[in-house]
Design a protein around this ligand. Sequence first.
Ligand code: AKG
Ligand code: FE2
Length: 287
Amino acid sequence: MVLTLLAPGQDHIHEAKYRMRIIEASTTLGQELTAHQRGLFARDGALHFKRFLGPQAVADIIKAIGEVEQQWVHEEVRTVRGTPVKYGKDMDGRPMVQRFAFASHYHAVLAEVLQDPRLKAILQLVGDDARLGTEEKDGLVINHYLNASGSGFTEMGWHTDSIRDLFLGKRVGPMLNVGFHLDDQDPANGGLRFLPGTHRQGLGGMLFHKRYFMDKRADPREAAFAIEAGDLTVHDGRMWHRVQRSALVGEASRRRVMYIPVINGSYAPKTAESRTPFYHRFQHLVK
Ligand SMILES: O=C(O)CCC(=O)C(=O)O
Ligand SMILES: [Fe+2]
């Protein structure tokens, strides 16, 4: 079943008159993925599991993120293993971290989330040799969006995550991004948008389907998830996606989500000596 609602598109009013597809949540995540779950992922390139984390776990994670934030603000951490940290100002004018990288190395609570045995079922989508990229790519990334005057992170233009492999001169290998959602997100107000099926587009589509990060316009074929805090999502790294700026402002627009990549193939850990990859020079386009 496909649910629909009117997209907000407040930035692009002329495009707002289409019905956005909401990808229905799949059945609960068990020890193994069901044939149906695998089928949905093969077709759409995305899956949504409700209530993977309970309210207490979400609260604990948010507290842990706050502690890491305090430490990084205090120590003026600019990059972690070569990946830039994004800063902004919170509602009260205090500095805030809006994009963390390799966060699981900075708090036991964040490391523990990644030990959850249910994540093993997700690895099956890539294969027997799949692993969580806690040391690779940008590790555990935490995005903290806020639609307010001091914020440096409100939206993100169209992109695929796999393009980074090309910039690093690597073959585009299988890659998933697993998202732990920490705030409710009514898709009518903004949040993640993606083009189902574009993970099957091949290299040409991955390179040229849209203008990377510059294009922020809604697409009539885009889909979204109806997210509650604690939900888990998975998307294929080759799939086109973007983040729609919240139609709300201030506290009600706050959206926190953590992503860990699932990868296979040769192990390519980042270290304190790692240099900033070229693709991070696009960071200034993301505000
Ligand atoms: O915030 C999201 O849900 C998606 C973020 C994203 O696409 C990214 O960090 O690459
Ligand atoms: Fe992404």
